[in-house]
Design a protein around this ligand. Structure first.
Ligand code: B12
Length: 297
């Protein structure tokens, strides 16, 4: 995918005149950069943002490196989930990537695509594996495909500005799951953070060092593997202390967190990726339902 396009390419993709695009650039409606020769250039993600926010379907999506199916408009979630499941089962990377790009271009958030399409498709694969209908290699291949789809979604998001708040996170030592944390990273990126995903299987002391060095505003931790409870509590306290020292919010989530604890002062427990929006903003102005989903523990 080309990262930047000319006003002419943007105009063809949007189905408007080049003069309109230039006017929108000059009025600041479309963020523009200038080449050394003074010509306007627009980031592909910016053209997409403009189309999504204005509710305008792309007329020639392929000019922005998007699948031509984007022209067909929104897809029902059930259909998207079935498509994703088939693409993952068949190892069809091209189909999965075209699907997520289409969903994003037709107005859904990257977070929503993760939460309502990719994660449920993985859950279905897990059930197939449990019932012996899927080989282990097929499951691993599916994880690689999801990683590639997340990468593609990240490319479509606008780049956060230099002074944007920083978020940092990952999974702990003994927890091999990578995708939930990668989805947290994408969701926070979509909320406008600069993100450092430290990946999976990291000792708590390493998190503490990274927090002290990079001074993030938010630290997320995804717990998906079966970790022993006393060890988990110790690790979380180490990370909570490090977060408190730099004034960072600590957000915990994942299916591996024990139902009833551990109690970590100052940490917030979230169930859904979409709860990160609330957690990164603080408790004010939130609905009661959202508050109870993102509770302080
Ligand atoms: C892929 C996979 C693996 C891969 C992961 C590879 C990788 N690169 O990540 C590997 C090979 C490591 C693996 C290993 C095992 N797995 Co496995 N795995 C899966 C599978 C198919 C998908 C997991 C996944 O990534 N899902 C996608 C993520 C994004 O979804 P999620 O975890 O639900 O997270 C969502 C929320 O919880 C939330 N969230 C998560 N973290 C956070 C954090 C924050 C801050 C917030 C706000 C939100 C949030 O947002 C996410 C998106 O909605 C699941 C099936 C399933 N139900 O998910 C089985 C599954 C989890 N595995 C299972 C099993 C049994 C195992 C093994 C024991 C197999 C074995 N015999 O070795 C090992 C255990 C490993 C360990 N040490 O814990 C079982 C667990 C059963 C149980 N009751 O615990 C499952 C459910 C499959 C099944 N149906 O039987 N697995």
């Amino acid at each position: 995918m080309s990262d930047i396009v000319s006003p002419k390419q943007a105009a063809l993709a949007l189905g408007v005149s080049e003069a309109s695009v230039k006017r929108w650039c000059d009025r600041g409606l479309l963020a523009t950069v200038r080449t050394a020769g003074g010509h306007r250039r627009i980031a592909t993600s910016e053209v997409l943002r403009f189309a999504r926010e204005g509710g305008n379907a792309l007329v020639r999506p392929e000019l922005l490196g998007m699948p031509s199916s984007t022209k067909a408009g929104p897809v029902a979630n059930e259909r998207a989930l079935a498509d994703a499941h088939e693409a993952l089962r068949d190892g069809d990377e091209e189909r999965l990537i075209a699907l997520v790009a289409h969903l994003y271009a037709s107005g859904r958030s990257a977070t929503d695509v993760c939460e309502r399409v990719l994660a449920p498709a993985l859950h279905e694969l897990g059930l197939s594996w449990e019932h012996g209908a899927l080989e282990v290699y097929e499951e691993r291949r599916a994880c690689e495909l999801v990683q590639a789809a997340l990468h593609r979604l990240a490319q479509l998001l606008p780049t956060p500005p230099r002074g944007a708040p920083r978020a940092l996170g990952g999974t702990l030592d003994g927890d091999p799951y990578t995708l939930s944390s990668a989805m947290c990273a994408l969701a926070l990126r979509e909320l406008g953070h600069r993100v450092d995903n430290l990946g999976s299987g990291l000792p708590a002391e390493q998190f503490a060092r990274a927090i002290a060095k990079h001074r993030p505003k938010l630290v997320w931790l995804s717990v998906s593997g079966a970790l022993d409870e006393p060890g988990l509590a110790r690790a979380l306290r180490t990370i909570a202390d490090a977060a408190r020292r730099v004034g960072a919010a600590l957000v915990l989530g994942g299916r591996g967190l024990p139902q009833a604890g551990p109690r970590i002062p100052g940490a917030r427990r979230c169930e859904r990726l979409s709860d990160l929006a609330l957690a990164s903003r603080g408790p004010r102005g939130s609905s009661r339902a959202a508050r109870s989903r993102a509770r302080t523990i």
